[in-house]
Design a protein around this ligand. Structure first.
Ligand code: TYD
Length: 215
């Protein structure tokens, strides 16, 4: 595997998509050809799973079934998209990955972390992120931002997880911060309330210091 695998994490409304686009643009200016992808939804199976996972009418979907669907999305995404791109030497920028499963299904929903890591180890196989950007912000700020955005969008199927209460998102945020504490070399934690340009610059600084030969 010659490529570089970078994942972006954070609670709803943390601004991941904007940051990923800005980082991709900076990498292109530096002569790279990054692949942007996301979970759930990075393959055609993933697009179908995403519709089920984010459907507000899917209220009977239990936590374990939900975990398995995220794992199915990941297994397909890793084998069909992520590993081939890394093997071809590309930089892969992925909007959410294994840390989301630990934070949401583990800390958020309460599934034991050893169950999650066991399932996730199969789903992700060798595709382990080299660097993870955590966009941190208070749950209240994130949810307010996400709700404003969802009201503007026509697609109410995207709002199921957003509708869950503040306490859930506070647990998710804490879960992410614990993961970052455990692996300070992999994680770069940014304050999501910073200006987008500054955040992209900080990611590029972190990238250059970790991979000095890449750009
Ligand atoms: P995303 O599309 O990134 O939503 P947003 O843009 O609102 O942040 O993610 C969709 C939802 O899926 C989000 O609520 C987090 C959730 N999720 C999990 O619960 N577990 C996972 O493993 C992944 C990848 C996502």
């Amino acid at each position: 595997m010659h490529g570089i695998f970078i994942t972006f994490e954070g609670i709803e409304g943390s601004g991941k998509s904007t940051l990923i686009n800005n980082v991709a643009a900076a990498l292109r200016r530096a002569g790279q050809d990054p692949l942007i992808t996301r979970e759930p939804g990075g393959t055609s199976l993933g697009v179908a799973l995403r519709k089920v996972l984010l459907n507000p009418e899917m209220e009977k979907l239990g936590s374990m079934a939900e975990l398995m669907l995220f794992a199915a999305d990941r297994a397909q995404h890793v084998s069909q998209v992520i590993l081939p791109a890394l093997e071809a030497g590309q930089i892969v920028l992925c909007d959410r990955y294994s840390d989301a499963t630990i934070a949401y299904q583990g800390h958020g929903r309460g599934i034991p972390l050893d169950v999650i890591t066991a399932i996730d180890n199969y789903a992700r196989s060798e595709a382990i992120p080299h660097m993870t950007i955590l966009l941190d912000l208070p749950a209240e700020t994130g949810l307010t931002r996400a709700r404003t955005r969802n009201k503007k969008s026509m697609d109410s199927s995207e709002s199921r997880i957003d509708e869950e209460e503040m306490a859930f998102h506070q647990r998710v945020r804490e879960g992410y911060l614990m993961l970052a504490d455990q692996e300070p070399d992999r994680f770069l934690v940014l304050d999501a309330r910073e200006k987008p340009d500054r955040m992209a610059g900080l990611v590029m600084d972190g990238f250059r210091s970790r991979f000095p030969d890449a750009v």
